[in-house]
Design a protein around this ligand. Structure first.
Ligand SMILES: [Ca+2]
Length: 460
């Protein structure tokens, strides 16, 4: 509910700012889906590509551990400090809140001392491997915008794989391998992200950077999103236009940063020495105090708001699109194939709005079918296609939109959008009459012009 409230405030701000500002406050941030502009025809909507703000996505995930009973404390057990096998006075007890280490402590507010953390059972079954999968699920496609950061309280694992899914956990692909010895663990040469380039940015690497034992001064493991962005946007990410351009034109690159789920596969705990000390197996376990995942809902550049309701994230779609990711056109708005918005041209992008289906506006027989019921229609009935809405569907030639269901036309014009000369319909338009000043565009062209308004360029 918190997100819902936050996003409502955000939505309100977007609405207010779009009224106040003819253009987005900061160019190239894609934080406004539409804005009113003034043309010779009066106020009309101008549409642009838009996306939700990047935020802390750990508030909206579900976490699952496998094996499910791997968390320590049931039954209670003592564990030792890794650096000192004789310091074994720590206890994990799931039934005592002060001594329990449940998974949610990986996502609580940090900054306190000592840290709160999830902890696994110890490696008492050595040499059977101690392996744990931690799956983070959003049930929604999200786009990562910052490094994934995992903070270990137990020394960083000797072997670990970070994996991602794009299909809600049905299939998994490796994101990055982590090992003290990449060649030994995964038969891969060790690499760092800095060894990559624009051309090899999608390569899946094994890194030893984060996996040396407990003696090192850091507890942190990164999956480097920003370093990968920097290949396109420069070291300080100043040239975001270049990055957005690449994301727009290279689907594989965009998909690389898109996930529905992440899976942390802990394959071997930190040992800190070459050999496992079999006499003190209570030194070996996994403990994670914090996981950071920053990203945004993927809304295909058709929404700035993503609502969290009933434990589910959903884009609040604009541009006449619908679906959890705004991945299709609304009913009666299928006048051209759905298309994602585009970051290009910088800064406002292209909205690629869905336009009304020609048939929804009506050939006369269809229109006649709905016309008798118009008086009983709720204007706000979302299932009823608007005949006019002052956004995409403008009444033409001075006509005015009445309750969204019909255009009131000046005497000389007729048609659903007042697009036809009345004399033309009657077959009485003289070539030399005063009416000749009116454009003799075909009704279809007039209709198309009406549908598009001042919206972004058409891409069929
Ligand atoms: Ca914590």
């Amino acid at each position: 509910m918190y997100l819902s409230r936050f996003l409502s405030i955000h939505a309100l701000w977007v609405t207010v700012s779009s009224v106040m500002q003819p253009y987005p406050l900061v160019w190239g941030h894609y934080d406004v889906c539409k804005t009113q502009i003034y043309t010779e025809e009066g106020k009309v909507w101008d549409y642009m590509a838009c996306q939700p703000e990047s935020t802390d996505m750990t508030k909206y995930l579900k976490v699952k551990l496998d094996p499910p009973d791997i968390t320590c404390g049931d039954p209670p057990e003592t564990f030792c400090a890794m650096g000192n096998p004789y310091m074994c006075n720590n206890e994990c007890d799931a039934s005592t809140p002060e001594l329990a280490h449940p998974p949610e402590l990986m996502f609580d507010f940090e900054g306190r001392h000592p840290s709160t953390f999830w902890q696994s059972a110890t490696w008492k079954e050595y040499p059977k491997p101690l392996q744990v999968n931690i799956t983070l699920s959003w049930s929604k496609t999200i786009e990562l915008t910052d490094n994934i950061v995992i903070t270990f309280e137990s020394g960083r694992p000797d072997q670990m794989i970070l994996e991602k899914s794009l299909d809600y956990g049905r299939t998994w692909q490796p994101y990055q391998y982590y090992a003290t010895d990449c060649l030994d663990a995964f038969h891969m040469d060790p690499k760092s992200v800095k060894d990559l380039s624009q051309h090899t940015v999608l390569e899946i690497i094994c890194t030893e950077e984060y996996s040396t034992g407990y003696m090192t001064n850091s507890k942190i493991i990164h999956f480097e999103i920003k370093d990968r962005f920097a290949f396109f946007a420069g070291p300080w990410l100043r040239n975001m236009a270049s990055l957005y351009g690449q994301l727009d034109t290279t689907k594989k690159l965009r998909d690389f940063f898109t996930v529905t789920d992440l899976r942390i596969r802990l394959l071997r705990p930190a040992v800190g020495e070459i050999f496992v000390d079999e006499l003190h197996l209570a030194r070996y376990f996994y403990a994670i105090s914090d996981i950071k995942v920053h990203g945004r809902c993927k809304c295909n550049l058709h929404a700035t708001v993503c609502v969290y309701d009933n434990s589910k994230l959903t884009c609040e779609c604009e541009h006449n699109t619908t679906g959890p990711d705004c991945g299709k056109c609304k009913k009666n708005y299928q006048g051209r194939p759905w298309s994602p918005g585009s970051y290009l041209p910088i800064p406002k992008g292209t909205a690629n709005t869905c336009i009304p289906s020609i048939s929804s506006i009506g050939t006369p027989p269809k229109f006649n079918r709905i016309w008798p019921n118009i008086s009983s229609l709720e204007v706000s009935n979302p299932k009823q296609a608007n005949v006019c809405d002052n956004e995409l569907l403008h009444c033409q030639n001075g006509g005015t939109c009445h309750n969204n269901v019909r255009c009131l036309c000046p005497a000389a014009y007729t048609g659903i959008l007042c697009e036809k000369l009345r004399c033309e319909e009657a077959g009485s338009c003289g070539s030399d009459s005063g009416q000749g000043a009116a454009p003799r565009c075909s009704p279809a062209l007039l209709l198309l012009t009406a549908l598009l308004g001042t919206a972004s360029p058409l891409v069929f």
